[in-house]
Design a protein around this ligand. Structure first.
Ligand code: AMP
Length: 187
């Protein structure tokens, strides 16, 4: 299982678990959020385009993130697989990914969905806002991110379920407990 999508609402702990899985499977973690933050830091045009959406807790336009993934998954380190963290987030992105993989003659192996109840997500995100000071971690943007997730990203769960690729993982528990559930799900 080497070509994975890792889904879950903001605050589900995707980033932490994605790192663990990627270390286990020796595949790169491709996080569109991290790529965008790095572009902002570096003052690149891509970052400038994305910043206003990110700061408001809105999704960056599909064509921008699709372009990032299109370039990234053909890099040599993706030959033996990759984990997508935070992409796709809309049906349009998912369809674009399907097309890209078809052109490359590759398949997705599994889509993991880390689920956490919404009140717990809000609590975690507010906590993280205090610790990390990410510019998109304040109450208003957090609520907007959760709304965007519910409206635009949640339907992807059904999209991948219908393709027979979905594995649900309970995202409440310690880091180790959840990592163990994921390892079990990947067997
Ligand atoms: P993340 O680090 O995954 O929480 O992403 C942070 C922010 O980057 C999101 O709130 C969006 O504004 C933007 N972003 C990251 N990935 C995507 C994506 N696949 N589609 C649209 N916007 C994205």
């Amino acid at each position: 299982m080497k070509r994975l999508i890792f889904m879950g609402p903001p605050g589900a702990g995707k980033g932490t678990q994605a790192k663990i899985i990627c270390d286990d499977l020796k595949i790169p973690q491709i996080s569109t959020g991290e790529i965008l933050r790095a572009s902002i830091q570096a003052g690149k045009e891509l970052g400038l385009k994305a910043k206003k959406y990110m700061d408001a807790g809105d999704l960056v336009p599909d064509e921008v993130v699709i372009g990032i993934i299109r370039e990234r998954i053909v890099e040599p380190d993706c030959k033996n697989g990759f984990l997508l963290d935070g992409f796709p987030r809309t049906i349009e992105q998912a369809k674009a990914l399907d097309e890209m993989l078809k052109e490359l003659n590759r398949n997705l192996d599994v889509v993991l969905n880390l689920s956490v109840p919404e009140d717990e997500l809000l609590k975690r995100l507010l906590e993280r806002a205090k610790i990390e000071g990410r510019s998109d971690d304040n109450e208003e943007t957090i609520k907007n991110r959760l709304n965007n997730y519910n409206q635009k990203t949640f339907p992807l769960i059904q999209y991948y379920r219908e393709k027979g690729l979905l594995k649900e993982i309970n995202g409440v528990g310690s880091i180790e407990q959840i990592a163990a559930l994921i390892r079990e799900g990947l067997k």
